[in-house]
Ligand binder design. Structure first.
Ligand code: FAD
Length: 448
């Protein structure tokens, strides 16, 4: 699979940088339209302040810069049908939705039946999420702590959050990449309350609270170590993919903070070439991983195309629902018109596949939980959106049947779909910023 690849190809994705850039030029307007003009994609509902870091206590890591703050949106300013008071009415024991074909003729006998324009995707179910989730669900539970945030009013950019706190989170994120051998993972999943993170991070957030002291000690151990190095190329594809996703997400975040940097001398926001040089230019592997992530997100969006035919957007009125559907279809059609850029069917195929996949999923869920340890509200917001976006992409890649249109695939919650499209938008922006920084470097070279 993808052996003998020339350097122009993105490893493990079998697609060239140039192809991904061409696709980006074509699909970027549709992505920008969705993420800047369609209400469904510009508001995100999440528990931003209510969850403690389940792995360590780090009061000193709190970022007090103004740029770290998040402006939340009052519920009265969001479409009525998304308000928790409205959706809360639908809470119930696993509300069910009749399949699209029988919806009108046969009303569902179940409690918590959904209205014609409401679907499971609109509901905050008080459960821990689907076994097939790769992330801890964001808007689940009773929703008391959830807030709405306008993503347009809170763009991802330089905040000044740095130092030990930021470093600890990144280290712990990469620590999740230490896959055990097969035997160890089996033992771990059957005998221990722990998920991943070497031997230590508990998979259950409640159990995590009891282990805070242990984790405080572990945190200091982790800080002493160097960051986990990338897996060697001979390691299996799945482990390489896991690392690439984390590193590509990190690269994309770095790209944005360098591209939308605050110049304290001029008081202006704009690209900071030195920041880019220090964090990305001299690290082609990081850039490659960012392109890799763009490829897997494109593949996930293409794969979702048919599944969205019956998706309910909970926008309240039919016209807004149809508008949202049409604009999203413009994107998915455009992405799907290109040959596939990633082949997920080659993953999780050998005899250890079940154990490996479970391990993969548990580790990614832990990465999503680590976002509650980020000490800067704005960074936490975008960290949560992006981990949820990648988690959703993996759920689609590894758990979805592309041709299944009527309800057998796991339901995508609203937050998952919003996170997926916004994460694609972040990567699309990163590719664009990369080209811009490249041109700036070229200009500098010509002047010298
Ligand atoms: P860091 O970026 O903290 O990196 C730490 C170490 O990781 C590096 O020294 C290097 O060894 C390794 N590394 C770096 N990049 C990669 C990569 N792509 N792949 C593999 N290894 C790598 N700051 C903002 O200004 N705005 C934000 O929106 C923002 N969001 C954040 C979100 C999260 C989840 C986190 C944890 C931090 C965020 N930060 C944000 C902080 C930012 O990412 C940096 O941590 C901070 O700017 C300090 O940078 P640094 O130079 O110490 O290196």
């Amino acid at each position: 699979y993808c052996s003998n690849e020339p350097n122009s190809l993105v490893s493990d994705a079998c697609v060239s940088y140039a192809t991904l850039e061409d696709i980006n030029t074509e699909v970027r307007p549709a992505i920008q339209f969705l993420t800047q003009n369609v209400d469904f994609f510009t508001y995100y509902r999440l528990d931003l302040y209510g969850r403690e870091c389940p792995f360590w206590s780090d009061d000193a890591g709190f970022c007090a810069n103004r740029a770290c703050a998040v402006e939340t949106t009052d519920e009265k300013d969001i479409p009525e049908s998304w308000r928790s008071s409205e959706l809360g009415k639908l809470e119930g024991p696993k509300a069910s939705q009749p399949s699209p074909e029988v919806k009108k003729e046969e009303p569902s006998p179940f409690k918590g039946e959904l209205g014609e324009d409401t679907a499971e995707s609109c509901i905050f179910e008080p459960h821990e999420g689907d076994k097939r989730d790769y992330c801890v669900p964001e808007d689940e539970g009773n929703g008391h702590n959830a807030v709405y945030v306008s993503l347009l009013d809170n763009p991802e950019r330089f905040t000044g959050y740095a130092g030990q706190s930021a470093n600890n989170v990144w280290k712990a994120v990469y620590q999740e990449n230490c896959f055990n051998t097969q035997a160890q993972s089996q033992k771990q999943s059957s005998n221990q309350p722990f998920g991943a993170f070497g031997k230590g991070i508990p998979a259950d957030p409640n159990a995590a609270a009891n282990l805070k002291n242990v984790m405080d000690r572990r945190k200091h151990e982790v800080v002493q170590k160097n960051l986990i190095s990338p897996p060697p190329e001979e390691q299996c594809l799945e482990k390489r993919v896991f690392y690439r996703v984390l590193s590509g997400m990190h690269a994309s975040i770095s790209m944005h903070l360098c591209h939308d940097f605050f110049n304290q001398t001029t008081g202006q926001w704009g690209p900071n070439l030195q920041c880019y040089k220090d964090r990305l230019h001299n690290f082609p592997d990081r850039i490659q991983n960012m392109y890799f992530n763009y490829a897997i997100l494109l593949r996930a969006v293409a794969k979702l195309r048919k599944n969205l035919n019956h998706y309910t957007f909970c926008a309240g009125d039919k016209r807004t629902n149809e508008f949202t559907r049409k604009k999203l279809a413009a994107l998915t059609d455009s992405v799907a018109s290109h040959p596939s850029v990633f082949d997920e069917s080659v993953m999780f195929r050998d005899e250890n596949a079940i154990v490996l996949k479970e391990d993969f999923r548990t580790r990614f869920r832990n990465v999503s939980r680590l976002m509650d340890c980020v000490g800067c509200d704005k960074c936490r917001l975008w960290g949560k959106i992006q981990t949820s976006g990648y988690g959703t992409a993996m759920k689609i890649l590894f758990e979805y049947d592309e041709n299944e249109e009527n309800g057998k695939n796991p339901v995508l919650r609203r937050t998952e779909l919003v996170a997926l499209i916004n994460t694609l938008g972040r990567l699309s922006n990163s590719l664009y910023a990369f080209t811009r920084f490249g041109a700036m470097i070229e200009r500098e070279r010509v002047i010298e």
